[in-house]
Ligand binder design. Structure first.
Ligand SMILES: C[S@@+](CC[C@H](N)C(=O)[O-])C[C@H]1O[C@@H](n2cnc3c(N)ncnc32)[C@H](O)[C@@H]1O
Length: 232
């Protein structure tokens, strides 16, 4: 039986599959920094792209907003019309707490849903490190596309299929962040069948089939790839 060093009461055998529950939600930023290459760099790039290409009154939604890090970053850059969506109540609770510190009404713009919002339009949609968790990704992407205005921006970051060479380098990345081999192996097992990476080519094909016209890779590290797409 494995016990977590920081939370000795936690027995990982109790939940073999990865879930975004309270335990992860309360330490999400640390988890993201240790497991996601270029976590802050991609958030900064996302913000800079939106800042340089959209007016400040633009409607922007962050899909899989987790603890609200990206929304907070965007808010501090002067975007007031921000929305978030997530399928985890625990994540949204943390996001609501973090974001209400800058604006007390923010939590009312955070939506709890497994599916994309209906009857709203956006100038930009962000979906960083989330679509790979969604089983019905074609349908989800279509809903995103339909909710964007013409010339609207879509920023997507996905873990893609890694070769053994890149997976080994990804393990080194995690070891350098202080994770033990046991922790790395446990998370890999927990994510099996929960996080489903596609190849870069399959992602590009899906984005093209969905209707996006201009598709560029704007960041890539160790198999984590950020796409910038424009709706014609
Ligand atoms: C790795 S986190 C995303 C990190 C976040 N985008 C950021 O910038 O910090 C993945 C998030 O996707 C959420 N998620 C998983 N399936 C979802 C779905 N069907 N709809 C919305 N969110 C989902 C999880 O609850 C979790 O908060």
């Amino acid at each position: 039986m494995h016990k977590n060093k920081e939370h000795p009461e936690t027995n990982y055998n109790d939940f073999p599959h990865w879930i975004f529950g309270a335990e992860i939600a309360n330490r999400f930023t640390d988890e993201a920094e240790k497991h996601i290459p270029d976590y802050w760099r991609v958030i900064e790039l996302t913000t800079n792209i939106l800042k340089d290409n959209l007016s400040k009154d633009s409607n922007i939604i962050d899909v899989g907003c987790a603890s609200g890090n990206t929304l907070l970053y965007l808010y501090k850059q002067g975007f007031p019309n921000l929305f978030g969506i997530d399928s985890s109540q625990e994540m949204l609770k943390v996001a609501g707490k973090n974001l209400s510190q800058v604006e007390k009404n923010f939590p009312s713009r955070l939506f709890y849903s497994q599916t994309f919002v209906e009857n709203m339009t956006f100038n930009a949609i962000i979906c960083n490190w989330t679509l790979h968790f969604i089983q019905e990704r074609q349908e989800y992407l279509k809903a995103i596309f339909d909710s964007l205005v013409s010339q609207g921006l879509f920023i997507l970051t996905e873990k893609t299929i890694q070769s053994q060479i890149i997976e080994n380098q990804y393990i080194v990345f995690k070891q350098n962040k202080g994770l033990s081999n046991e922790e790395i192996e446990r998370k890999k097992k927990q994510l099996k069948g929960v996080l489903n990476p596609w190849s870069i080519r399959a992602n590009l094909e899906l984005l093209t089939q969905t209707g996006f016209s201009q598709i560029e890779i704007v960041n890539a590290r160790l198999g984590f790839v950020t796409f910038l797409c424009i709706k014609p």
